[in-house]
Design a binder for this molecule. Structure first.
Ligand code: AMO
Length: 440
């Protein structure tokens, strides 16, 4: 019950992470979850956790009234409590300060025994952690990942708004594939079959004819058959598309956006970075650019062969990463291996105006200059074995005045893997979805 009295107390709340020795001698109200209890008989120590962090509360049994004593005696981990007390310097405590509790109210009693302990005491496999994800997210080594994730999205939005982009939302239930058929999820759509969108590709291109510079940050879906550490069925894509621009223009936007994100975290999120033991260095722009041909040459020298025209597999990318540290672009992929909407180069149509942004061996983004002529796009669809009839609505737009345009799609979770140095994408998603995981 959140009655008027409690609301008044809550209005005077101090966050756990803000309890420090400057408040020595002051009365405070804290609200949060019982992270840990240490009962020493006369003294009971509670680590109380809220959104901001943790603080220590000490109760002296002989100074408590009946109701506080009763609450204290039945206190279980993760119960939600309200504590009123006085801040006191405590050189013996890890935080250097504690609250001497005077009032304790249990607002929600947690079950006496939990399936999973969110303190850092017991290590558990990722599978077990994901099964009990809501408790796992409460861990001091996990929660900051998502506070940083929120900051990254804010920084990306701020950056793109600052560059004159307009945020759009495109349908997630669609009638035909955009990125190839194999990875499509089918959904029953009344009496028809529909699909979950794999990317906003076609819509974002169309929208450049109205808004010129658009971006979308949204969930997209791929029925990934392979179970890897970097693929999931539902991911967040950060997409931009820009009229009167080519791949060079949007590559510049991409590297500057990445540097902006790093700078934003360095300036504003040292607390979360240090909780995760991370030190970030803002990457220098421009990022290195190598062509597909150069990459193939480097691999050849290393004794790893790749037939021209084939896409890089994991072993190739791992070998390349030995030569390139941090962020770099690979440009000029064979037209064959890129989607139909990517523009073949004017000088050599077997090479496309495309790029991937890499971090070591991990692909973070891909993009390019797009085909902007109706007849070429039709031809490219046929070359790719796709039926232009399925793309009628999209093709029509190319007869309504379509300027040269370019864009990219950046995997948000992949960027979070790089920023937080996690090697499994599931670590940076609150509730990941993969072939074997549909709950929680
Ligand atoms: P692409 O298919 O390369 O390009 O996807 C863009 C980026 O999205 C991320 N990504 C994924 N992340 C996690 N799990 C997945 N299953 C997954 N699939 C993709 C990757 C990838 O680099 N329309 C183009 C982009 C464009 O040209 O604008 C596209 O979708 O980080």
């Amino acid at each position: 019950m959140f009655d008027e009295k409690l609301k008044r107390e809550f209005a005077k709340r101090v966050l756990a992470g803000e309890i420090n020795d400057s408040l020595d001698g002051k009365h405070v109200n804290v609200f949060g979850w019982v992270h840990e209890v240490r009962d020493l008989g006369k003294l009971v120590f509670i680590v109380l956790r809220d959104v901001s962090g943790v603080c220590q509360v000490v109760f002296r049994r002989d100074e408590l009234d009946e109701s506080a004593l009763k609450a204290l005696n039945s206190l279980s981990n993760e119960s939600v409590v309200f504590v009123h007390g006085v801040v006191a310097k405590q050189p013996k405590s890890r935080l250097g300060v504690e609250i001497v509790g005077e009032t304790l109210k249990v607002l929600s009693q947690a079950a006496p025994r939990l399936e999973y302990d969110p303190t850092e005491k017991v290590s558990a496999s990722l599978d077990v952690r994901l099964k009990h994800r809501i408790l796992d997210l409460r861990r001091q080594k996990v929660k900051p990942i998502f506070i940083l994730g929120s900051a990254v999205l804010k920084a990306l939005r701020d950056f793109l708004y600052g560059r004159g982009f307009i945020e759009v939302r495109t349908p997630k239930i669609i009638g035909s594939a955009t990125e190839g058929g194999a990875e499509l999820f089918e959904v029953k759509y009344f009496d028809r079959v529909a699909y979950l969108a794999q990317s906003p590709q076609l819509y974002k291109e169309q929208l450049t004819t109205v808004f010129e510079k658009v971006f979308e940050i949204g969930p997209f879906f791929r029925a990934e058959q392979s179970h890897t550490r970097r693929h999931i069925s539902e991911f967040t894509s950060v997409d931009i598309e820009q009229a009167f621009a080519d791949m060079d223009d949007v590559m510049k936007t991409l590297e500057e956006a990445i540097a902006y994100v790093y700078q934003h975290l360095v300036n504003n999120h040292q607390k979360e970075l240090s909780m995760l033991g991370l030190t970030l260095k803002v990457p220098k722009t421009p990022f290195k650019r190598i062509t597909y041909d150069e990459a193939v040459g480097i691999l050849e020298k290393d004794g790893i062969s790749l037939k021209w025209g084939e896409d890089f597999g994991t072993p190739h990318l791992r070998a390349l990463a030995k030569h390139f540290h941090g962020f770099y672009f690979i440009t000029g992929f064979p037209t064959e291996i890129k989607p139909f909407y990517i523009q073949p180069s004017a000088e050599n149509p077997s090479i496309s105006e495309s790029f991937d942004l890499m971090y070591q061996w991990l692909e973070l983004a891909s993009g390019g200059t797009r085909v902007n002529e109706h007849s070429v796009l039709r031809e490219r669809l046929i070359q790719k074995g796709l039926d232009p009839k399925q793309f009628e609505d999209h093709l029509k737009v190319f007869e309504y005045g379509m300027p040269v345009h370019a864009g990219w799609g950046l995997g948000f979770e992949r960027l979070m893997m790089v920023l937080t140095r996690h090697t499994n994408i599931r670590e940076v998603i609150v509730f990941p979805r993969d072939r074997f995981r549909l709950t929680p």
